[in-house]
Structures are given as structure tokens and as C-alpha cells.
Design a protein around this ligand. Structure first.
Ligand code: EPU
Length: 434
């Protein structure tokens, strides 16, 4: 049974499993939507609180299931936490427990990010192995190899990673793949190591840059942020900080696709257009008119959507986290398009559900061939992971008739009140508690 099924059973018991999102498709979306703080920036940044004693203050934190899981994880390690709306204060000074349990890690893979900080500060860590998930095997071998290069001894026992280092020592680390959380984990370990660490083939995602900026503010010495070679000169201690979480580029991209898909006119507020260049480029090729101003993007959908090919790549390439949403757009475009997924080996799980809504998609290996149809037709569908769920919402918004999306807890992990935001833009969408 896939790993995520266990968590599923838990949510089922709590009743969340039963929530449904019901959409009456065909409305043209219009208006303004405020983009929330980025999930994938917030998670490592909240975890970086473990690296210093004293109260850190984080603002613009999105209200998501994954943030709740992170708070549970951090308090289980001994951190103190206070929350007030979108502001979370965390004091990592009380950290005393070096174990991240299976129960916590299985709910959220990003929990593995505590490994670096735990070894750096407590000299030891025992963290449950995350296991696979719906979109692929997602090993953490590069996190572990990197930590070993910094001098940690690492063993895998009873489903846990056990790591120990009297002290970490800087070293050269080459990452076979520019892993996002791997780069983040190793940065957090290296900031308190003795001497210099060079991370080669590091990830360049904006979320990695955001974490590095926070670490620098805490007193870390990091150079090359945003390039594939990051150099970190270890320091003996860090201080707490006050920071705001950057806007979520994937949430922004999802709303942009919704405007393109419904021939709408949507303005995104509080977003970072610089992080969305690949998505903006591809959407313009589909015929959408996009204007960009400082923290604002306006997108006006075309009468007819043109077919455009995409290939997912590490940043600054087209993000894998936008692949499923873009595929929905191509399902109703004029002509034929090809989407190649190069990051995860199993990220086409939304395809079978889209086909049930009438999409014409053929898969060969990591390539999807899509022949656009005039319209999709509403149907009951099942969400399987976070971005697949977002794609089903988009499909429902453009489809003729009613779409019922089940297992919406995947959405709650990563989108803040998505149904309310779409309703404000004029969508006929509601959450139904059964
Ligand atoms: N990989 C390895 N070994 C490793 C680490 C990664 O082989 O030790 C492979 C993965 O299996 C994958 C590729 O490298 O094939 C890239 O994975 P990466 O490590 O970059 O992904 P991640 O850090 O686990 C983050 C995001 C994902 C996003 C990916 C790619 C967070 C918390 N998660 O995952 O976000 O898709 O980067 O950009 O930052 C989502 O938000 O829905 C989501 C899945």
C-alpha cells in the first residue's frame, strides 16, 4: 500500500476525508485575488528556527495543513510556538528531543528538513524515513550523502535515519540532482559547521533563495545564493529574526491558468512576477494577455487557447508543480500539445481523472500527448496529490456541468481557502461536508 494511504486513513477518521468540493463549471472568472505566503518557502523557514535560541517572528504564513504539521513537528522537538493569524513566533531554544517520529513524517515529507538542524545543534538526529508518495519514489539519498560529507555518521535502522556528529566540518558536496529540500537541509547543516562548505549543482528555486536570505539575516555566511554553487562559511551561532514569507508562485500560477482557461480577467495581488517568468512565457504563447507591475499580475484569457508544449525542469525552467494545471489548459486548447515531466517519475496521476472528464490524453513514459477538445464535461473525480487536486479544480471550473472533487484534504495541505478565493472571482464552487 502506498505510504500516503496511512495518513489518508487518519484523516478519514477525523472526517476531513469526507469533504468534497463541488463546482458548477462554465463561469468566466473576473476580479482580484490576493496570493498567500508560499508553502514551500514557509516550511524550511519555520524549521530554520531550530538553528537559534530566542523568538523568531514569521509573518504572511499561509494557513495550511502542512503548516500545522510543521508546528506539531517543531513542538515535538521542544520548540515553543505562538500563533496569531498569519504570524507565527517560534523559539527553537528549548529543542531537546532529537527524534522526528514516523507519525509526524508520514503526514508531510518536508519533515526531513529537521535532519540538518538537529545534527547541527544536538549532534544527533533520529528521523523517520519519509518513504515514497503518490508522485514518485522520492528518495533522500542526496540529503544523507551530503550530511555524511560534512562528517556525520549515518545509519538506517528500523525505518529511521540515525545521524550523529560530534561536530560537522565543512566540505565540498556535489549533488547528482539539484534537489530542493536536499539543498535546504544541507545549507541548514552547513551554517553551523566548522569551516567552508561548497554545494555544487545546488537548487536555484526561489524558495531556496528565501531560506538562504533568512539564514543570512540570522548571521550565516552564505554566498552564491540563486546560483548552482553555494558557498557557506560556518559560524558558531545564529540569532533569531523577524521575516515575512514570500508569495506562493505555484498558487499564483494556478490562478493565472484559471483566468486563461475561462477566458477571464484576473489580477493577482501580492505576487512575485520574477518567480513566474517561465509560466508567464508559456501562458502568453497560449494567447493570454499578461501585464506585470511590481507585485501585481493581470491576466486576460484569449477567446481561443493555442496549444503549447512544455517540459518541466528545475528552476528557472517550467515548474513541475504547475504541470498538472497546465495540462488542463491544453486539454481545451486548439490542436495538439506535448508535456514532458522530467522531475518526478509518476506525476501524471491526474490524467486518468481528466480523461474521465473527457480529456484526450495519451501517455508514453514521461510524455503526455494532448489533443484539445472544445470542452470538458463535469464528473465526480478523486484527488490524488496536491497539484493533481488543483488541476481537477481547474478542470471543474471550465467543464460543462457539475464536478465533485473527493479527497480534498490534499488541497488543504497547500492551498489556503482555495474555494473561497475562486468563489470571490465568480466561480460557482462550494465545499460540502458530508
Ligand atoms: N531526488 C533524489 N534523491 C534525493 C532527493 C531528490 O533522487 O536525495 C530526486 C527526486 O526523487 C526527484 C528529484 O530529485 O525526482 C527532485 O526532487 P527534489 O528533492 O527537488 O524535490 P523535493 O525537495 O522533495 C520540492 C517541493 C516539491 C516540488 C519539488 C520540485 C518542498 C517541500 N517540496 O520537493 O513540492 O515539486 O521540490 O520542485 O519544497 C508540492 O508543493 O506539491 C511539491 C511536491
Amino acid at each position: 500500500m502506498p505510504h500516503h494511504e496511512t495518513g489518508e486513513a487518519l484523516f478519514c477518521l477525523r472526517g476531513v476525508y469526507m469533504d468534497q468540493i463541488v463546482i458548477q463549471g462554465g463561469r468566466v472568472l473576473k476580479g482580484e485575488v490576493r496570493i498567500s505566503g508560499a508553502k514551500n518557502a514557509a516550511l524550511p523557514i519555520l524549521i530554520s528556527s531550530l538553528l537559534a535560541d530566542g523568538w523568531n517572528t514569521y509573518s504572511n504564513v499561509p494557513d495550511l495543513k502542512d503548516i500545522q504539521s510543521t508546528k506539531l513537528l517543531l513542538s515535538s522537538l521542544g520548540a515553543s510556538i505562538k500563533s496569531d493569524g498569519d504570524i507565527i513566533k517560534i523559539n527553537g531554544g528549548g529543542m531537546c528531543n532529537h527524534e522526528a517520529s514516523y507519525d509526524l513524517v508520514r503526514k508531510m515529507r518536508a519533515s526531513i528538513l529537521v535532519l540538518g538542524p538537529l545534527v547541527a545543534r544536538l549532534k544527533k538526529a533520529r528521523v523517520s524515513l519519509p518513504g515514497g508518495c503518490a508522485i514518485g519514489a522520492r528518495p533522500i539519498n542526496l540529503h544523507l550523502k551530503g550530511l555524511a560529507r560534512l562528517g556525520a555518521s549515518i545509519e538506517l535502522k528500523h525505518g529511521y535515519v540515525e545521524a550523529y556528529a560530534d561536530h560537522l566540518t565543512g566540505n565540498e558536496i556535489y549533488l547528482d540532482i539539484p534537489t530542493v529540500t536536499g539543498t535546504e537541509n544541507l545549507m541548514m547543516a552547513a551554517v553551523l559547521a566548522r569551516g567552508a562548505t561548497v554545494l555544487r549543482n545546488a537548487a536555484r528555486e526561489p524558495e531556496v533563495v528565501a531560506l538562504a536570505d533568512v539564514l543570512i539575516k540570522m548571521g550565516a555566511k552564505i554566498k552564491g545564493v540563486g546560483t548552482s554553487v553555494i558557498t557557506i562559511e560556518g559560524v558558531s551561532s545564529l540569532k533569531p529574526v523577524s521575516v515575512s514569507i514570500m508569495p506562493d508562485r505555484i498558487e499564483a500560477g494556478t490562478f493565472m491558468v484559471s483566468a486563461a482557461l475561462t477566458g477571464g480577467d484576473v489580477t493577482l495581488l501580492n505576487c512575485e512576477p520574477d518567480h513566474l517568468k517561465a509560466v508567464i512565457h508559456k501562458l502568453r504563447l497560449t494567447g493570454a494577455r499578461i501585464t506585470v507591475e511590481d507585485k501585481l499580475i493581470r491576466i486576460v484569457g484569449a477567446d481561443e487557447i493555442a496549444s503549447v508544449d512544455i517540459k518541466t525542469q528545475p528552476y528557472p525552467g517550467f515548474p513541475t508543480d504547475m504541470q498538472a494545471q497546465f495540462m488542463v489548459l491544453m486539454s481545451v486548447a486548439r490542436g495538439f500539445s506535448i508535456i514532458s515531466e522530467t522531475i518526478f517519475e509518476n506525476r501524471f496521476i491526474h490524467v486518468s481523472e481528466l480523461k474521465r472528464m473527457g480529456a484526450d490524453i495519451k501517455i508514453t513514459g514521461n510524455t503526455a500527448m494532448i489533443t484539445g477538445k472544445p470542452a470538458l464535461s463535469g464528473a465526480p473525480v478523486m484527488a490524488t496529490d496536491l497539484r493533481a487536486s488543483a488541476s481537477l479544480i481547474l478542470a471543474g471550473l471550465s467543464a460543462v456541468g457539475t464536478t465533485e472533487i473527493n479527497r480534498v484534504y490534499h488541497l488543504d495541505r497547500g492551498y489556503e481557502t482555495i474555494e473561497k478565493k475562486f468563489a470571490k472571482l465568480g466561480a460557482a464552487i462550494k465545499r460540502v461536508k458530508i
